[in-house]
Design a protein around this ligand. Structure first.
Ligand SMILES: Nc1ncnc2c1ncn2[C@@H]1O[C@H](COP(=O)(O)OP(=O)(O)O)[C@@H](O)[C@H]1O
Ligand SMILES: [Mg+2]
Length: 343
């Protein structure tokens, strides 16, 4: 059945894979998704970036026909996600949907079962399973039962399983959250390969770096709304290419230091008065020298200074004018204003 649809639907790079307009989903009084518009071109990787609770998963579930929007419409390759959900389901893959795999069976056996369920023949299923395990670097583990798989291996097998049908559009909901750096970069390679072989990928992430590494375009989502949209470069230039972190030796100097930073860099900064720390986006790292001279002329002694990549917090601060107020997920946010830092 899936094959019939796939033959009828021709997809060309440049078509709209996703056109979502005014999507709303409320849970009681909580408008989890509050008027989201998203447009994703076929053949690209699109990143939806936002903190825990921003509405990423709820948005994906509506696009993937798993949840009905209260209002608004979503079209997948031109097909309405509500009215034509059967067709849309033939066109998409969602990771996480194969959560109930048989733990006592091997990775190969699991993939063969999925293939058979999708209507592939016995030989074809075996071939496909072998191909995917190779593609995902799981060949050596192929005969082991799933219960012996690490978190990273499971994530990759899950992605492999969702690709058996070779869907033109793949939703990846936080594909690397909680993975170690090495496994994360393996996943990134895999995702890039998916797109090279003709798929379109819509992924959600809490990591600016991940969106940066992978996405052609990004939507920043905050409290159920898209607050910024554009290419990675556009987004970055709105934030600055790097981020200045400094702390003063004498806490009484913090206010003067803040004024000096804001005057020299012409930006808004984040100040933690208790910790004596200042963070600010920097469009031009060359300004560091001028800033250091200005701070010395003002008689301010620094305890520490560094220039780093911008964090998600700074993207948010710059775009929304407030920090990431969410619980837990961004616990590394140690330099924020008091109400921002509260967890
Ligand atoms: N099934 C649900 N029932 C009630 N509230 C929900 C449900 N799913 C999500 N929410 C709430 O909707 C908001 C957005 O959640 P979610 O879409 O999961 O965000 P994200 O994926 O960006 O972390 C959160 O406040 C969350 O608690
Ligand atoms: Mg989520």
């Amino acid at each position: 059945m899936g094959v019939e649809h796939k033959e009828k639907i021709r997809i060309t790079d440049g078509d709209w894979a996703v056109e979502a307009s005014g999507l709303v989903k409320a849970f009681g009084a909580n408008r989890a998704v509050d008027g989201v518009n998203l447009n994703v071109r076929a053949g690209t990787i699109y990143g939806v970036l936002g903190p825990n609770g921003a509405g990423k998963t709820t948005t994906i579930r509506m696009l993937a026909t798993l949840l009905r929007p209260d209002t608004g419409t979503a079209r997948i390759f031109g097909h309405d996600a509500v009215k034509e959900s059967q067709i849309v389901r033939q066109l998409i893959g969602v990771t996480g949907q194969y959560a109930s795999v048989d733990e006592s069976l091997s990775a190969t056996e699991n993939l063969i079962i999925f293939s058979r369920l999708l209507g592939l023949g016995r030989a074809e299923s075996r071939r496909k399973a072998g191909e995917l395990l190779e593609e995902f670097g799981l060949t050596e583990a192929a005969r082991r039962p799933l219960k012996d798989f690490s978190g990273g291996m499971r994530r990759r097998l899950d992605l492999a399983a969702s690709l058996i049908a070779q869907p033109p559009l793949i939703f990846l909901d936080e594909p690397t959250t909680g993975l170690d750096p090495r496994t994360r970069s393996q996943m990134w390679d895999t995702i890039r390969r998916l797109v090279k072989t003709g798929s379109t990928v819509l992924l959600t992430t809490q990591y600016l770096e991940e969106a940066d590494q992978l996405a052609d375009r990004i939507a920043v989502i905050d409290r159920g709304q898209v607050v910024a949209e554009g290419t990675v470069d556009e987004l970055k230039s709105s934030v600055g290419t790097s981020s200045l972190h400094l702390s003063v030796q004498n806490p009484q100097d913090i206010e003067t230091a803040r004024q000096t930073v804001e005057r020299m860099l012409k930006v808004q900064s984040i100040v933690s008065y208790e910790a004596g720390k200042i963070t600010a986006p920097m469009a031009n790292a060359d300004l560091v020298t001028d800033l250091l001279i200005a701070l010395r002329e003002a008689g301010i002694r620094l305890a520490e200074m560094s220039v780093q990549k911008p964090t998600l917090d700074e993207v948010f601060l710059t775009i929304t004018g407030h920090g990431v107020k969410d619980e837990g997920s961004l616990a590394s946010y140690e330099y924020g204003k008091a109400e921002v830092a509260k967890v």
